[in-house]
Design a protein around this ligand. Structure first.
Ligand code: GLN
Length: 249
């Protein structure tokens, strides 16, 4: 079974080793006898309707965001249709911001967004940098923690009624005030967390793979557990760092 992934703008949006998330998804799929077929989709290239089970986009500096934003915004309808059709999305930091309605950078330029996520982002005076720890509940009653690293000037405001990815235990999160981080729309996840994120949060990698596989097969999916000792200790270290120093300017 092949899981089809569209990696959006890999040469522009890939800071803090965000492409490492693809490597994690590939390995965890392979260890279950599945294959990840990753297609890079960049400026002016077609995103085939219904052609992907997972869309992935990493983070980047304002300059790189301004180079791809018009192209990404023009794909807004296609991306929203893919999510309505059940495709999974993982969007990190700069990519997360540009899947909202817009990102206004420090220079005041307003970059158009794809309009998938119910949010807007405006760069603030100070960068929110450091380790971050969230408490998430992607499945009712199943609470899990997510540990990563954030570095953003962007202050993201979710619309009323929007569902955040998690509650901030330590760190800044979307705006350094609301106590929430990221966003979720169906199987689409947006987050400020770099690291890369998935090596230290194996449960989220599997959740994303399951949603992508459900899109591919049309059947409910539950992946067999793996022995994640290394991933678990990486998570513990990252969580401890966030608790000790996250959320401080
Ligand atoms: N350039 C954006 C900001 O500063 C996103 C940064 C990032 O992707 N780490 O907020």
């Amino acid at each position: 079974m092949t899981i089809r992934v569209a990696h959006l703008y890999p040469e522009y949006l890939n800071i803090y080793a965000d492409r490492g998330n693809i490597a994690v998804l590939s390995s965890r799929a392979r260890w279950r006898g599945l294959q990840l077929e990753v297609e890079a989709v960049t400026l002016g290239e077609e995103l085939r309707p219904g052609g992907h089970d997972l869309l992935y986009i990493g983070g980047g500096q304002d300059r790189e965001q301004s180079l791809i934003a018009p192209d990404l915004a023009a794909r807004g309808a296609a991306i929203r249709a893919a999510v309505e059709d059940g495709a999974a999305v993982l969007a990190v930091c700069g990519g997360y911001q540009l899947l909202g309605r817009f990102y206004r950078g420090r220079d005041g330029e307003e970059l158009p967004g794809a309009g998938l996520f119910p949010l807007e982002t405006v760069a603030g005076e100070r960068r929110m940098i450091g380790d971050c720890l969230l408490e998430c509940e992607l499945e009712p009653g199943v609470r899990q923690t997510l540990a990563g690293f954030e570095n953003h000037a962007g202050v993201t405001r979710l619309d009323d009624g929007a569902v955040p990815l998690g509650r901030v235990v330590a760190g800044f999160g979307n705006d350094g005030e609301s106590g929430f981080e990221g966003v979720r729309v169906g199987n689409a996840i947006g987050t400020y967390l770099h690291g890369p994120l998935l090596p230290r949060n194996a449960w989220l990698a599997d959740w994303i793979l399951e949603r992508a596989l459900e899109h591919r097969t049309g059947e409910p999916q539950k992946l067999d557990p793996l022995v994640d000792d290394l991933e678990a200790s990486a998570h513990t270290v990252a969580a401890a760092r966030a608790r000790s120093r996250g959320g401080r300017y």
